[in-house]
Ligand binder design. Sequence first.
Ligand code: PRP
Ligand code: URA
Length: 209
Amino acid sequence: MKGVTVVDHPLVQHKLTIMRDKETSTAGFRRLLREISLLLGYEVTRDLDLTTRSIETPIETMEAPTLEGKKLVFASVLRAGNGLLEGLLDLVPAARVAHIGLYRDHDTLEAIEYFFKAPSDLGDRLVIVVDPMLATANSAIAAIDKLKSRGATNIRFLCLLASPEGIERFTTSHPDVPVFTASIDRQLNEKGYIVPGLGDAGDRMYGTK
Ligand code: PRP
Ligand code: URA
Protein backbone atom coordinates (compact mmCIF):
# COMPACT_ATOMS: atom_id res chain seq x y z
CA MET A 1 0.00 0.00 0.00
CA LYS A 2 1.48 3.32 -1.10
CA GLY A 3 2.80 5.48 1.73
CA VAL A 4 2.18 2.82 4.39
CA THR A 5 4.94 0.84 6.10
CA VAL A 6 3.99 -2.17 8.23
CA VAL A 7 6.80 -2.88 10.68
CA ASP A 8 6.74 -6.68 10.73
CA HIS A 9 9.86 -7.19 12.84
CA PRO A 10 9.42 -10.35 14.97
CA LEU A 11 10.07 -8.51 18.24
CA VAL A 12 7.40 -5.95 17.41
CA GLN A 13 4.89 -8.65 16.51
CA HIS A 14 5.68 -10.68 19.64
CA LYS A 15 5.26 -7.70 21.97
CA LEU A 16 2.09 -6.61 20.15
CA THR A 17 0.53 -10.01 20.77
CA ILE A 18 1.12 -9.65 24.51
CA MET A 19 -0.39 -6.16 24.42
CA ARG A 20 -3.49 -7.42 22.63
CA ASP A 21 -4.07 -10.10 25.29
CA LYS A 22 -6.79 -8.84 27.63
CA GLU A 23 -5.05 -10.55 30.56
CA THR A 24 -2.01 -8.26 30.24
CA SER A 25 -1.87 -5.84 33.17
CA THR A 26 -1.87 -2.06 32.95
CA ALA A 27 1.78 -1.99 34.04
CA GLY A 28 2.70 -4.63 31.47
CA PHE A 29 0.81 -2.82 28.72
CA ARG A 30 2.64 0.46 29.43
CA ARG A 31 6.03 -1.24 29.56
CA LEU A 32 5.45 -3.04 26.26
CA LEU A 33 4.22 0.13 24.54
CA ARG A 34 7.41 1.85 25.58
CA GLU A 35 9.54 -1.06 24.34
CA ILE A 36 7.70 -1.21 21.01
CA SER A 37 8.07 2.55 20.57
CA LEU A 38 11.85 2.09 20.47
CA LEU A 39 11.55 -0.46 17.67
CA LEU A 40 8.98 1.57 15.72
CA GLY A 41 11.05 4.70 16.28
CA TYR A 42 13.98 2.98 14.62
CA GLU A 43 11.90 2.47 11.47
CA VAL A 44 10.24 5.88 11.35
CA THR A 45 13.63 7.62 11.60
CA ARG A 46 15.51 5.20 9.31
CA ASP A 47 16.04 7.67 6.44
CA LEU A 48 16.80 10.83 8.40
CA ASP A 49 19.43 12.99 6.73
CA LEU A 50 22.92 12.97 8.13
CA THR A 51 25.72 15.46 7.91
CA THR A 52 29.15 15.24 9.51
CA ARG A 53 31.03 17.16 12.14
CA SER A 54 34.62 17.11 13.12
CA ILE A 55 35.35 15.39 16.43
CA GLU A 56 38.44 14.10 18.14
CA THR A 57 38.38 10.51 19.26
CA PRO A 58 41.10 9.49 21.73
CA ILE A 59 43.01 8.27 18.64
CA GLU A 60 42.54 10.89 15.90
CA THR A 61 40.30 13.56 14.40
CA MET A 62 37.43 12.32 12.27
CA GLU A 63 34.47 13.61 10.30
CA ALA A 64 31.67 11.80 12.14
CA PRO A 65 28.00 11.40 11.13
CA THR A 66 25.40 13.43 12.96
CA LEU A 67 21.72 14.23 12.31
CA GLU A 68 21.22 17.12 9.93
CA GLY A 69 18.80 19.99 10.21
CA LYS A 70 16.66 21.37 12.98
CA LYS A 71 15.58 19.15 15.83
CA LEU A 72 12.67 16.79 15.22
CA VAL A 73 9.23 17.36 16.68
CA PHE A 74 7.31 14.46 18.19
CA ALA A 75 3.61 15.33 18.28
CA SER A 76 1.69 13.20 20.78
CA VAL A 77 -2.05 12.79 20.40
CA LEU A 78 -3.31 12.67 23.97
CA ARG A 79 -3.73 10.57 25.91
CA ALA A 80 -2.43 7.37 24.43
CA GLY A 81 0.19 9.01 22.21
CA ASN A 82 2.24 9.63 25.34
CA GLY A 83 2.95 5.89 25.55
CA LEU A 84 4.84 6.10 22.25
CA LEU A 85 6.30 9.53 22.98
CA GLU A 86 8.29 8.45 26.02
CA GLY A 87 10.27 5.81 24.15
CA LEU A 88 10.88 8.08 21.19
CA LEU A 89 12.31 10.72 23.49
CA ASP A 90 14.74 8.11 24.79
CA LEU A 91 15.91 7.63 21.18
CA VAL A 92 16.07 11.34 20.32
CA PRO A 93 16.38 13.21 23.63
CA ALA A 94 16.86 16.61 21.99
CA ALA A 95 13.58 16.43 20.04
CA ARG A 96 10.92 19.06 20.56
CA VAL A 97 7.44 17.97 21.63
CA ALA A 98 3.94 19.00 20.58
CA HIS A 99 0.83 17.92 22.48
CA ILE A 100 -2.52 17.62 20.73
CA GLY A 101 -5.46 16.92 23.04
CA LEU A 102 -8.23 15.06 21.21
CA TYR A 103 -10.91 12.66 22.32
CA ARG A 104 -13.45 10.70 20.33
CA ASP A 105 -17.07 11.57 20.94
CA HIS A 106 -18.55 8.18 21.86
CA ASP A 107 -21.68 8.65 19.74
CA THR A 108 -20.48 10.48 16.64
CA LEU A 109 -16.84 9.25 16.73
CA GLU A 110 -15.82 12.80 15.79
CA ALA A 111 -12.52 14.03 17.21
CA ILE A 112 -12.99 16.84 19.73
CA GLU A 113 -9.96 19.06 20.36
CA TYR A 114 -9.30 20.25 23.92
CA PHE A 115 -5.60 21.20 23.88
CA PHE A 116 -2.85 22.21 21.46
CA LYS A 117 0.69 23.30 22.20
CA ALA A 118 3.53 23.04 19.71
CA PRO A 119 6.85 24.68 18.84
CA SER A 120 6.24 27.80 16.73
CA ASP A 121 8.57 26.91 13.85
CA LEU A 122 6.87 23.68 12.72
CA GLY A 123 7.49 24.55 9.08
CA ASP A 124 11.24 24.12 9.54
CA ARG A 125 11.06 20.69 11.17
CA LEU A 126 10.14 17.08 10.54
CA VAL A 127 7.05 16.37 12.66
CA ILE A 128 6.39 12.76 13.70
CA VAL A 129 2.83 12.40 14.98
CA VAL A 130 2.31 9.52 17.41
CA ASP A 131 -0.90 7.79 18.48
CA PRO A 132 -1.19 4.03 19.03
CA MET A 133 -4.57 3.72 17.27
CA LEU A 134 -5.75 4.68 13.77
CA ALA A 135 -9.38 3.55 13.82
CA THR A 136 -11.84 5.79 11.90
CA ALA A 137 -8.83 8.13 11.39
CA ASN A 138 -10.89 11.10 12.62
CA SER A 139 -8.32 11.87 15.34
CA ALA A 140 -5.27 11.47 13.12
CA ILE A 141 -6.79 13.56 10.33
CA ALA A 142 -7.77 16.29 12.81
CA ALA A 143 -4.29 16.25 14.39
CA ILE A 144 -2.60 16.65 11.04
CA ASP A 145 -5.08 19.29 9.82
CA LYS A 146 -4.15 21.29 12.91
CA LEU A 147 -0.40 20.83 12.49
CA LYS A 148 -0.63 21.86 8.83
CA SER A 149 -2.68 24.93 9.79
CA ARG A 150 0.24 25.86 12.08
CA GLY A 151 2.76 25.55 9.26
CA ALA A 152 3.96 21.93 9.33
CA THR A 153 4.76 20.55 5.87
CA ASN A 154 7.00 17.56 6.55
CA ILE A 155 4.95 15.09 8.61
CA ARG A 156 4.94 11.34 9.35
CA PHE A 157 2.32 9.39 11.32
CA LEU A 158 3.31 6.54 13.63
CA CYS A 159 0.82 4.17 15.21
CA LEU A 160 0.65 0.67 16.59
CA LEU A 161 -2.60 -0.60 15.06
CA ALA A 162 -4.57 0.61 12.08
CA SER A 163 -7.85 -0.43 10.48
CA PRO A 164 -8.11 -0.80 6.71
CA GLU A 165 -10.91 1.80 6.76
CA GLY A 166 -8.74 4.24 8.72
CA ILE A 167 -5.77 3.80 6.41
CA GLU A 168 -7.97 4.45 3.38
CA ARG A 169 -9.47 7.63 4.85
CA PHE A 170 -6.16 8.89 6.20
CA THR A 171 -4.16 8.38 3.00
CA THR A 172 -6.97 10.03 0.98
CA SER A 173 -7.05 13.06 3.30
CA HIS A 174 -3.29 13.37 3.75
CA PRO A 175 -1.55 11.56 0.86
CA ASP A 176 1.67 13.44 1.63
CA VAL A 177 1.97 11.93 5.14
CA PRO A 178 3.63 8.48 5.31
CA VAL A 179 2.13 6.05 7.83
CA PHE A 180 4.12 3.57 9.94
CA THR A 181 2.23 0.88 11.83
CA ALA A 182 2.87 -2.51 13.41
CA SER A 183 -0.35 -4.00 12.03
CA ILE A 184 -3.32 -3.35 9.79
CA ASP A 185 -6.08 -5.31 11.48
CA ARG A 186 -9.18 -6.84 9.88
CA GLN A 187 -11.83 -4.13 10.28
CA LEU A 188 -13.67 -1.62 12.45
CA ASN A 189 -16.69 -2.77 14.43
CA GLU A 190 -19.99 -0.87 14.69
CA LYS A 191 -18.64 1.12 17.66
CA GLY A 192 -15.54 2.23 15.76
CA TYR A 193 -13.15 -0.15 17.55
CA ILE A 194 -10.38 -1.95 15.71
CA VAL A 195 -10.99 -5.71 15.37
CA PRO A 196 -9.32 -7.80 16.67
CA GLY A 197 -7.42 -4.78 18.07
CA LEU A 198 -6.42 -4.35 21.69
CA GLY A 199 -9.36 -2.42 23.09
CA ASP A 200 -9.19 1.21 24.22
CA ALA A 201 -5.50 2.10 24.24
CA GLY A 202 -5.85 5.00 26.69
CA ASP A 203 -7.86 2.96 29.16
CA ARG A 204 -5.45 0.03 28.93
CA MET A 205 -2.45 2.33 29.48
CA TYR A 206 -3.89 4.18 32.43
CA GLY A 207 -6.34 1.65 33.94
CA THR A 208 -9.27 4.03 33.52
CA LYS A 209 -11.97 1.52 32.51
C1 PRP B 1 -8.11 6.85 20.92
C2 PRP B 1 -6.75 6.71 20.27
C3 PRP B 1 -6.87 7.68 19.12
C4 PRP B 1 -8.31 7.56 18.72
C5 PRP B 1 -8.40 6.73 17.48
O1 PRP B 1 -8.17 7.98 21.69
O2 PRP B 1 -5.68 6.98 21.12
O3 PRP B 1 -6.54 9.01 19.46
O4 PRP B 1 -8.99 6.90 19.79
O5 PRP B 1 -9.69 6.64 17.01
P1 PRP B 1 -10.15 7.30 15.64
O6 PRP B 1 -9.14 6.91 14.60
O7 PRP B 1 -11.49 6.68 15.38
O8 PRP B 1 -10.24 8.78 15.81
P2 PRP B 1 -9.45 8.39 22.58
O9 PRP B 1 -10.34 9.28 21.79
O10 PRP B 1 -10.07 7.14 23.13
O11 PRP B 1 -8.83 9.27 23.71
P3 PRP B 1 -7.83 8.87 24.90
O12 PRP B 1 -6.49 8.52 24.30
O13 PRP B 1 -7.79 10.10 25.72
O14 PRP B 1 -8.44 7.69 25.63
N1 URA C 1 -9.40 3.93 19.99
C1 URA C 1 -8.88 2.91 20.71
O1 URA C 1 -8.22 3.16 21.73
N2 URA C 1 -9.10 1.66 20.31
C2 URA C 1 -9.80 1.35 19.20
O2 URA C 1 -9.95 0.17 18.87
C3 URA C 1 -10.34 2.43 18.46
C4 URA C 1 -10.12 3.70 18.85
